[in-house]
Design a protein around this ligand. Sequence first.
Ligand SMILES: *Cc1c(COP(=O)(O)O)cnc(C)c1O
Length: 378
Amino acid sequence: MPLSVPFIDLKRFEPGFEDAVLGSFSSLTQNAQFVGGSEVARLEKRLSEQVGVEHTVSCANGTDAIQLALRAIGVERGDIVLVPNVTFWATFEAVVNVGGTPVTVDCDISDGGVSFDAFEQAIKSSRPKAAILAHLYGWGSARLRELRDLCDQNDVSLVEDGAQCFGAEFEDASIYAGASIATTSFYPAKVLGAAGDGGAVFTNDPQLAERTRQLTNHGRTAHYGHGLVGWNSRMDALQAAYLNHALDHIDARISSRRAAAGVYENALSKLDPGCGLEVMSAPKSYSQNGYCNVCLVRDPSVKNRLEAALKGAGIGFGNIYPSVMSEQPAAAQYLKEHVGGRMGQDLCTSVLNLPLFPYITRAELDRVLDVVKEALDI
Ligand SMILES: *Cc1c(COP(=O)(O)O)cnc(C)c1O
């Protein structure tokens, strides 16, 4: 029987991992320690050290993290916020949920980030209060430094949605470290995955951190003193304990992801461009985290053939993401305008993601590559 390969397999834990988690769950349960407490405080401290930021505020999920960051920087009802047209829907939703008015910006198909020209044009024409960049696929935009500078120069507060870039390095530091405020998600399938939902906001600014923390906890300034209208977005102690154990192994998990991404890149970048498949790679200024493999297959008939071959061989595949924000059914009633062209649509219809997860084996990677090459007739 030829080897089948899942698109993602989250059950490949390190020896001893599950026992360590159960040990922590048992002691938290015995002590009825469920909200806040030492596990949450320890997680935040370790995350700050791991990603090289001054402040980490944990929260309930990655979508809340974006909403918290938008509220922390002062986005209010009616404020215009730029949103990349290619991202997960949560990025768009977060703007609407805090009362903002989204303007979508086209992407750059070379790196999956926003188009620099469309972003610059949107800053001039829409006069946004804030902008969000989403660092997709395990790296960020090749022009991240210029995008950050442009926001600074134009007084646009920038939130970086880093749900997919935990462990990614930009110019030799964590990508979060250079952001004025960044967010992440601990959804189980993300790079640092929880046993459920979780998220965090990273910043070096103590005031933004304090405001974010208050917002996660009903705007509290005292137990029954509320200086802001926030909501409840606290992380559970059980979740924090799980994440503390996951953090013990994060370097190994990321190396495994990077190695797998490297195997794909090495094999696929050597293919003749005429074969119809191109592998997307992180821009030069990045060390990616291996979050996912991204191939572009622009010819629909080649894409169909490849997908049929993968399916027939029992190999999982995906499309992160199949459609742009501005064309989602719920977008029209909130979207002010879209700036730039339709490169986002091209990216969304071309993406083919191959299996990638920590501890995927060399035999599994080779099998995927064999099936791809056979389907491409090489
Ligand atoms: C996963 C993801 C989110 C949302 O995170 P949740 O924890 O699922 O709420 C937001 N943005 C991007 C780019 C994501 O990949």
